[in-house]
Design a protein around this ligand. Sequence first.
Ligand SMILES: [Zn+2]
Ligand SMILES: [Zn+2]
Ligand SMILES: [Zn+2]
Length: 489
Amino acid sequence: MENVAIFDSPGKGRGLKATKEFWAGDVIFSEPSLAAVVFDSLAERICHSCFRRQEKLQRCGQCKFAHYCDRTCQRAGWAEHKQECSAIKAFGKAPNENIRLVARIMWRIDQEGSVVSDMQITTLDELEDHLTDLQEDEMKEFKVDIHNFLDYWPRGSKQHTVDEISHILGVINCNGFTVSDQRGLQAVGVGLFPNLCLVNHDCWPNCTVILNHGNQSAVNTMYHSQRRIELRSLGKIKEGEELTVAYVDYLNLSEERKKLLKTQYFFDCTCEHCTNHIKDDLKMGGKEVEGVKPPEEQVKEATDFCFEILEKIEQARLNADYHEVVKLCTQCIEKAEPVLADTHIYLLRVWSVFSEVQAYLQYFEEAADYARKMVEGYMKLYNTNNAALGMAAMRAGVNHWQAGLIEVGHSMICKAYAILMVTHGATHPITKDLEAMRIQTEMELRMFKQNEYVYHSMRDAALKNKPMSMMHEPKSMEEGIKNLFHRKK
Ligand SMILES: [Zn+2]
Ligand SMILES: [Zn+2]
Ligand SMILES: [Zn+2]
């Protein structure tokens, strides 16, 4: 860990600073998880060892709770499942994900000591648990977890005091990192990465965190080797500068971000963007036509209208009633688009859902059109190298390609690729997908310029094979993963 040092960050407590200069895309450190677990809700759909989503998983014959891709994954996961397996059997069922995670952490620390790798620069004892900041109802839930933990923890394992257990549960509560599937599209579990807990928040950060599952063939060689996070630099960072990441999505108003940070992470954000309400005006703004903005009343009315309809849209989407989603979005767009700025966050949200559902229903032109608007809005709001912007550009690129708009499609894919090279790195599965798309669209673009007829017939054939399809069912696809740390709702 020669790249970073722990220091006292003014007003923030402990933090990490760079001990040398970094450039966009540099990996400042990479860290394996101390422990991680699959969410309760996905226990039968995600492999408990490699955290990949698979159609068919094999169940652990002993506890009947853990699921694995195959023998290889089961063997690789055995070291961290062994004690859990007999505890679940004895307990009669699997306890919730928080309790399972605390137990996995404790078994590991009991076995290997408080520092489990030579890269780990902090012990769990030194991390904040914010127990005194918990609200009354949170405290109630917390006590239930402690109680259940004590029932679950085997007599034969090393015994711990309630204070020790509470501390680890508290640490997880504010620092449990959201683990995504291999393509980074869905939140599937929660894990603890001790060094990452030292990186403070900034709404306009200089770093990003990405989980890289590595390649599957290397999985079984090392304990936990497959789940590593990388702290990556988003731009130039000077020696001595504090390293920061965003705990919450920037596409919230500064007041909303501050509220989220206060209730979930227990601090008051004093970053430049919050203090000066930077870009709040764009996020709630009216559409300027020839230098004239609509009256405030009208903007507010359209904003409220969007807000209300977004709730209905979300409901229809959850019910998989996609034609209703299209109907509601169309209604909203008709009313709000002439009034609201193209950076208005509710309008962006509507465009995003609309294009996603249209692509699913195979209305590719509409999908492409609104995905492009969304990307253009994002570009005015987000940092140039923002992962959510990169993913949006990728989606827009695919939609354009699907619609036969190869020139814009190719340029969007290139844009996405450039961003993801910084935020995800060349070895991430999504970046590799993008590279393949970049090469394919480049070839098609060349063909298009030579002979449009040949291009179109080739594209029709390619569409039938759907090699670049991103048509998940919209309800299963999250809007990226916007909260860095996992909070139980
Ligand atoms: Zn697996
Ligand atoms: Zn088992
Ligand atoms: Zn802030």
